[in-house]
Design a protein around this ligand. Structure first.
Ligand code: SF4
Length: 319
C-alpha cells in the first residue's frame, strides 16, 4: 500500500516544546547578541537543539566547551544546563563579561547540593553520566563531600555509601518520572534515612510533557505512532520517546519534518506529535503541515496543563 494514499488522524500534545528555562536561555543569548559585537561565546549548546544552535551560530554566537578558548574581554554565557563551581571560578578570574543562562530550576538543585555538602552529608545524584547538567551538579559540592551518581535501578541496588545515616539525594531535572520513582523505591528501602529534597527536582516542564505523552499514548495505542521533535542530545526529548515505546507505541525522535520517513505511516491510523522542551514550535508546525499533505486529518490538541511559569532575565539584559 502506498503510505501517501490513506488518511490518519493527528493529535498534538499539550503542553509541548519550549519550557520557561529554555525560553529564558535563548533570550539571554539573543539579548547579548543585540547588545555586544560578535562573537558572543556560550559554554556548551545553550539548549540541546540543533536548529536553535544553528540559528544563533548564524547570528555570531560561538559555542565552546573549554572556557580557555574565550579571549580576554569577551562575553561568555553559561548554558541552561548550568556549570560547576570550578568553571564559574575559572571564568570569574578572567577579564570576561559573564551572563548566566542556567535554568533557575537547575540552580535550585545546585543550592540543595551546596546545602547538603555544607552539612557534611553524602549525596546521591540520580542522573545520566556525562550530561552537562549532571557534570555541573556534581561540581557544586565541596571537595570533601562524597557524591554518588546513580543512573539506573542496578546502580541503586549496587550502591555502597560510607554514612547511610547522613545521606541525601537530588536528581537531574529531565529524568523519566516513572523510572526515577522505581530507583527511589530501591534507595529508600536500602537507606531508610535517605533525605529527600523539599520539592521534587524533576522540573514541571519534564513532568507536564511526560503527562501529555501519556495522553497521546492512550489515543495512539492501536495502529498508532508518536513523533517527538527534538535533538538526540536532548534528555527530556529522549525520555518522551522512551515513554511511548515502553507502553508499546512505536515512537521516533526526529530533528524536524525532513527527518520524517513517510513509510512509517504504513498501517498507521493515529499519529501523535509532541516536542521536547528545547524544540521550537515552528518545527511542530512544519511537521503538521507535512503530515496533512500525506493524508493527516484535523489536527486536534490533547487537553493538558496550562503552563504559566516564566523566569526573569539576568541583570543587565532585562530591557
Ligand atoms: Fe529548566 Fe526544566 Fe526547562 Fe530544563 S527542562 S530548562 S530544568 S524548565
Amino acid at each position: 500500500m502506498n503510505p501517501n494514499e490513506h488518511s490518519f488522524k493527528i493529535y498534538i500534545a499539550n503542553p509541548r516544546g519550549f519550557c520557561a528555562g529554555v525560553q529564558r536561555a535563548v533570550e539571554v543569548v539573543e539579548k547579548a547578541v543585540a547588545l555586544f559585537p560578535p562573537p558572543i561565546y556560550v559554554k556548551h549548546e545553550v539548549v540541546h537543539n540543533t536548529h536553535v544552535v544553528q540559528s544563533l551560530t548564524n547570528k555570531g554566537v560561538r559555542f565552546i566547551e573549554d572556557i580557555q578558548e574565550v579571549p580576554e574581554g569577551a562575553v561568555l554565557i553559561f548554558s541552561a544546563h548550568g556549570v560547576s563551581q570550578a568553571v564559574q571560578e575559572s571564568a570569574k578570574n578572567r577579564n570576561l563579561t559573564i551572563y548566566d543562562a542556567t535554568c533557575p530550576l537547575v540552580t535550585k538543585v545546585h543550592m540543595e547540593v551546596k546545602r547538603y555538602s555544607g552539612k557534611g552529608m553524602e549525596i546521591i545524584l540520580i542522573g545520566h553520566a556525562n550530561h552537562p547538567e549532571v557534570i555541573g551538579t556534581l561540581g557544586q559540592a565541596s571537595a570533601h563531600t562524597k557524591m554518588y551518581l546513580v543512573q539506573n535501578k542496578q546502580d541503586a541496588l549496587d550502591l555502597q555509601v560510607t554514612n547511610p545515616d547522613h545521606l541525601a539525594y537530588v536528581t537531574q531535572t529531565t529524568l523519566s518520572l516513572d523510572e526515577t520513582k522505581e530507583i527511589l523505591t530501591i534507595l529508600k528501602q536500602r537507606f531508610p534515612k535517605l533525605h529527600a529534597p523539599n520539592k521534587e527536582d524533576i522540573c514541571y516542564a519534564t513532568q507536564n510533557r511526560q503527562d501529555a505523552v501519556k495522553k497521546l499514548i492512550k489515543l495512539c495505542n492501536s495502529s498508532g505512532l508518536i513523533l517527538v521533535i527534538g535533538s538526540r542530545s536532548s534528555s527530556n526529548s529522549n525520555r518522551l520517546t522512551e515513554l511511548a515505546k515502553s507502553q508499546g507505541v512505536t515512537s521516533y525522535l526526529i530533528e524536524d519534518a525532513n527527518s520524517f520517513n513517510p513509510t512509517w505511516l504504513t498501517n498507521v491510523n493515529h499519529v501523535g506529535v509532541t516536542a521536547g522542551a528545547s524544540a521550537p514550535e515552528y518545527l511542530v508546525e512544519e511537521l503538521i503541515a507535512m503530515l496533512k499533505k500525506l493524508g493527516g486529518k484535523e489536527a486536534s490538541f490533547t487537553q493538558g496543563f496550562n503552563e504559566t511559569v516564566s523566569f526573569s532575565l539576568p541583570k543587565g539584559l532585562q530591557n
